[in-house]
Write a protein that binds this ligand. Structure first.
Ligand code: GLN
Length: 486
């Protein structure tokens, strides 16, 4: 097997036995990037020298007998997670040359574990989008069909993992941005519970919804990544001081007697592609055959999720993005103008059209006279959605449903119709509004050979349940082993 094709767990075993070195592994991954990223365009920055340096340090560490699960493992990072002295652009012209003076909490944890960071991955600008077409820098392509989108906003992360350009990656998920690209690229992705992973050093989009999480080639790799990045952090007051279990410990436990909830609102014939419905239903049957028991249930406020999210997220974004004023840092455009003109020019030439649209919507929703009608109303709807889940989890342990209504769509297909693009998030937004963990795992392929994902959602801080069900499903299926031909 080629080194870049290894899973994290396989590579770890070989590193531990000293059958390979991290330097060999890292160089193989860098070669792979050179060979295929010209087609996929997943990376914004490849940190070649830095990666080799980190790999050599990992090898010294391993020689000294210290080989943790991520030691020496080459990973990619979504380009909105701050990496000290390594360019962090948020795929925006406004931060095109931003060198963070510090590492995000998750990066510090990865470095402490001896991981190797091979580069920064493309995304929709400031994570606003579902296709990576909103990147201010370039379009990433789906490795399964280069004419299609990889999903978004963590499209670079999903495409890089799917095409073996890194062994695992970090993304962020505000309304589906880990799960949806994972689903569309055929990899495993998890959005942890809000508060499970520190957001310190994650460039904020919508602070009450954002959460960092892993993308990986299989379920156990995903668990290793979450093991390393999870945990309370005094630098993020919204991270929660609850114990982090070893997510790999419960993988093997069987599914006998578990109750799987099937929400009727997620299986409506209009909007849900037939092939997606078929694969998801087959996956549910497989999980039933493994001993789980099916419970039909309702999440009655699902239909309001898109509207509530697209008020709350832009509102928070309009406030978070006020800092890009051409003064504090980043790009400035002050040609022939005064101070106010400089703000205007900087922001209208530094931000792309979707980010500007969100800032305008958010500013409107928060303005005096509209605040109660929009922001407060959306927040009330959010509470109803949370209550839906609370009630649902009284009768089941996990909820199973589709991740995205269709497989990957064509580049250009939805970009001129923001509403259509927003509707493609219909199945993922609710988990963010409720703060619960959600996961996407490969569960099938369309006739055209495009990957399809199954979504799993559980109660707050019950990521273990997702890992366990996902792992058991993975053991009896082979969707996760399929690779795109590049
Ligand atoms: N597609 C959603 C949006 O555009 C979610 C993005 C995300 O999760 N970062 O806001």
């Amino acid at each position: 097997m080629k080194l870049h094709e290894l899973t994290i767990q396989e590579a770890h075993q070989l590193l531990e036995k000293k059958e390979i070195s991290s330097e060999d592994l890292t160089r193989a991954v860098l070669e792979r990037i050179k060979a295929v990223d010209g087609k996929v365009d997943a990376f914004v920055t490849v940190a070649e020298d830095l990666a080799v340096e980190q790999a050599k340090a990992a090898d010294r560490r391993i020689s000294a007998g210290q080989c943790e699960p991520l030691t020496g493992i080459p990973l990619g990072i979504k380009d909105l997670i701050c990496t000290r002295n390594l360019r962090t652009t948020c795929a925006s012209r406004i931060l095109e040359n931003f060198l963070p003076p510090y590492d995000a909490a998750v990066i510090k944890k990865l470095k402490d574990a001896g991981a190797v960071i091979v580069g920064k991955l493309n995304m929709d600008e400031f994570a606003m989008g579902s296709s990576t077409e909103n990147s201010g820098l370039k379009i990433t392509r789906n490795p399964w069909d280069l004419n299609r989108i990889p999903g978004g906003s963590s499209g670079g992360s999903a495409a890089a993992v799917a095409s073996d350009m890194c062994l695992g990656a970090l993304g962020s998920d505000t309304g589906g941005s880990i799960r949806q690209p994972a689903s569309l690229c055929g990899v495993v992705g998890m959005k942890p519970t809000y508060g499970r992973v520190s957001r310190f050093g994650l460039v904020a989009f919508a602070s009450s919804l954002d959460q960092i999480g892993p993308l990986a080639k299989n379920v156990s790799d995903c668990a290793y990544l979450l093991n390393t990045i999870a945990g309370y952090d005094t630098a993020d007051s919204t991270s929660v001081p609850v114990e982090v279990p070893d997510y790999t410990a419960s993988l093997n436990n069987g599914l006998k007697g578990l109750k799987i909830g099937i929400p009727e609102e997620y299986f409506v014939p209009n909007g849900l592609d037939g092939e997606v419905a078929l694969s998801v239903n087959n996956a549910i049957e497989t999980i039933e055959e493994l001993g789980a028991e099916r419970v039909e249930l309702s999440l009655p406020h699902t239909e309001y999720a898109v509207a509530a999210y697209y008020v709350i997220a832009p509102s928070e974004a309009s406030s978070n993005l006020a800092r890009y004023d051409g003064v504090k840092y980043g790009f400035r455009n002050d040609a022939d103008t005064d101070l106010i003109g400089m703000y205007r020019k900087t922001r209208s030439s530094g931000f792309g059209p979707e980010v500007q649209r969100r800032i305008i919507i958010g500013t409107y929703c928060l303005s005096a006279g509209y605040y109660d009608a929009y922001y407060v109303k959306a927040s009330q709807v959010r509470t109803l959605i949370m209550q839906d889940f609370k009630t649902a989890f009284e009768s089941c342990d996990v909820i199973l449903c589709p991740v995205a209504p269709t497989p990957a769509f064509a580049i250009g297909e939805k970009i001129d119709d923001p509403l259509m693009m927003y509707l493609s998030d219909v199945f993922t937004l609710s988990a963010n509004l409720a703060g619960i963990p959600g996961m996407s795992i490969p569960c099938g392929f369309s006739k055209e050979g495009l990957p399809i994902g199954l979504q799993l959602m559980a109660k707050h801080f019950n990521e273990e349940m997702l890992f366990k069900i996902a792992y058991n499903f993975e053991q009896v299926t082979d969707f996760h082993t399929k690779k795109p031909k590049l």
